[in-house]
Design a protein. Structure first.
Length: 171
């Protein structure tokens, strides 16, 4: 799987090959490093990178993740700066009712159906990516026009998962 993260204003391409046990992770095209990880609970991740054990704490924030490793905090912004999905997750910019995944993954649960009325920030779809569940929320208030995914579907950052017809007051 390929992801884009921005850290400190610099965008990095991260490629993960394999599963949590025996994965290879490369950043910006450099040689992959062997990584094993397991989610312990509540955002605590135990990992072995290049044979060295580390523990990280991961927390969701608007538009991305905050990761604490070795006493340092890293704020990861998901996707490219002009990515409509990132803007929707961050709560700004994306005023259309097209909802995309913030990163490639698998749909765990669909919480709405066609015809449902939704409010800004309402949970629509739960996507599992990088061994974490991501709550994808409505960027606008309106009526669900189309649901294009089902539990078990693989999703990327370019295809619409849900389409919302914005209410007149919102769009």
């Amino acid at each position: 799987m390929r992801f884009e993260f921005s850290v400190g204003g610099r965008t990095h391409a991260v490629t993960v090959e394999g599963k949590s046990s025996g994965a290879s992770v490369s950043v910006d095209g450099r040689d992959g490093r062997p990584v094993d990880w397991v989610v312990i609970s509540g955002g605590i991740v135990s990992m072995v990178v290049d044979g060295r054990s580390r523990t990280a704490r991961v927390a969701r924030r608007d538009g991305g993740l905050s990761v604490w490793v070795g006493g340092r905090r890293f704020d990861l912004d998901l996707g490219a700066a002009d990515d409509a999905a990132s803007a929707a997750v961050a709560g700004g910019g994306a005023r259309s009712g097209v909802v995309k995944a913030p990163m490639p993954g698998a749909v765990v649960k669909v919480l709405v159906k066609e015809g449902d009325a939704v409010e800004v920030g309402q949970s629509l779809v739960i996507v599992e990516a990088m061994k974490m569940e991501h709550d994808v929320r409505a960027p606008v208030a309106g009526t669900v026009r189309k649901v294009a995914v089902a539990p078990g579907s693989s999703v990327g950052t370019t295809e619409a998962m849900v389409e919302i017809e914005p209410s007149r007051a919102d769009g």
